[in-house]
Design a protein around this ligand. Structure first.
Ligand code: F6P
Length: 391
């Protein structure tokens, strides 16, 4: 069965068209000798960015004798031509560090540059690309779907670019996983473990709201790993009655507490997304948040006398040291991306398929998202062990 989730239409204004650039691959390969490479981290941060930077910089310096510069704060650094040379020792000792040593921004966009004084948007990409071409022979852009779109367009404009996917949401097409995802899932699972003990003591219903934007990957994996009783994801609109039924059944069975994990993009059947705020100059203008509080109010009204508490995990899911799995994936992505630059695989993104690292054309993935299918094996497994999805 296909998933019912999709991005809301307000996002389309921030979306970038992508042209097919795959055919250029071979000719670009021989066109240029790579001596200096730029790297940037763009969009929301996640655990594993520094491990990726370390993989890229060490490989380019050690294996190819190439100089590397890092742009500050993503595309903001390219717009302002603000960068710094990255030496071997700049990336030494950062494997296990959260965040990004380069800084990042999910607002700077050369194709839709926001002028704070006038409040107008304009396309300054030509100047930005012209300046970058004076500084570097190729660019490695680490980011989400917005960044991948820009990477593809930059290559069309003559700035040879390779993409490295990252996001805690794991919603990028063409790669089985992005680093940052399992680190976020670990935070969710460990949080549920803690929440469960206090839920048991007080005989409460505990609602845990997690990130993930319009996809339910974090809620699904984190919820299953934490043994949540109810998991609500954007791809499956929920019915309040179904959640209430679980709480009542557990009460009747003498359990006396229920843990509900809800993705920030979840909505009840026939309902709307819960939008926390609009960030006008961001790649994706919508910031989700607050659906957990709505659900808690509804549960409390239906279950007179039962106490409900809400925990919004928020940015805890993005911070901190990457798990060993993410350190390894990030290292493999970084090393492979450096190789892609040297092999001339531009307008391509590094990806994980099964256990293999390979490159895929960005044009095939940019601007698209990967949602949880209703018949995903983890949904079926969760149902088998008694978890409800609110259908
Ligand atoms: O895409 C990563 C993500 O953490 C989403 O899960 C979340 O909706 C969003 O970014 C939050 O963005 P910000 O850091 O701008 O609040």
């Amino acid at each position: 069965m296909k998933s019912s989730a999709s991005k809301p239409s307000v996002k389309s204004s921030a979306k970038l068209p992508v042209k097919k650039t795959v055919a250029k691959k071979a000719s670009l390969k021989s066109a240029k000798k790579i001596k200096r490479v730029g790297v940037l981290t763009s969009g929301g941060d996640c655990s594993g960015l520094n491990a990726t930077l370390r993989g890229i910089v060490k490989t380019l310096i050690n294996d190819h004798g190439v100089e590397v510069i890092g742009y500050r704060d993503g595309f903001k650094g390219m717009i302002e031509n603000h960068h710094k040379k990255l030496d071997y020792y700049d990336v030494s000792g950062i494997l296990a560090m959260g965040g990004t040593i380069l800084g990042t921004s999910n607002r700077a966009n050369p194709f839709r540059h926001y002028d704070r004084e006038t409040g107008n948007f304009s396309d300054i990409s030509k100047q930005v690309v012209a300046q970058a071409k004076k500084e570097i022979d190729a660019l490695i852009a680490i980011g989400g779907d917005g960044t991948m779109s820009m990477a593809s367009r930059f290559t069309d404009m003559g700035l040879l670019t390779v993409g490295v996917p990252k996001t805690i949401d794991n919603d990028l097409l063409a790669t089985d996983l992005t680093f940052g995802f399992y680190s976020a899932v670990t935070t969710v699972a460990e949080s549920i473990d803690k929440i469960k003990t206090t839920a048991m003591s007080h005989h409460r219903v505990m609602v845990v709201e997690v990130m993930g934007r319009y996809a339910g990957w974090i809620a699904l994996y984190g919820g299953v790993a934490g043994g949540a009783d109810v998991i609500l994801i954007p791809e499956i609109p929920y019915r309040l009655e179904s959640v209430i039924e679980v709480c009542n059944r557990r009460s009747a069975e003498g359990k006396g507490f229920t843990v509900v994990v809800i993705a920030e993009g979840a909505k009840h059947y026939g309902g709307e997304l819960t939008v926390q705020k609009i960030v006008k100059d961001s790649f994706d203008q919508i910031r989700l948040g607050g659906v957990g509080w709505k659900l808690a109010t509804d549960i409390e009204q239906s279950l007179q006398g039962v106490e409900v508490r809400v925990t919004v995990l928020g940015h805890l899911q993005r911070g901190g040291s990457p798990t060993p799995f993410d350190r390894i994936l990030a290292t493999r992505f970084g090393v492979y991306a450096a190789g892609m630059v040297m092999r001339g695989e531009f307008a391509q993104m590094v990806a994980l398929r099964g256990s293999k690292i390979l490159s895929v054309p960005i044009a095939e993935v940019a601007g698209k998202n990967k949602f949880v299918p209703h018949d995903h094996d983890l949904i079926l497994a969760a149902k088998s062990v008694g978890t409800t999805f609110g259908e």
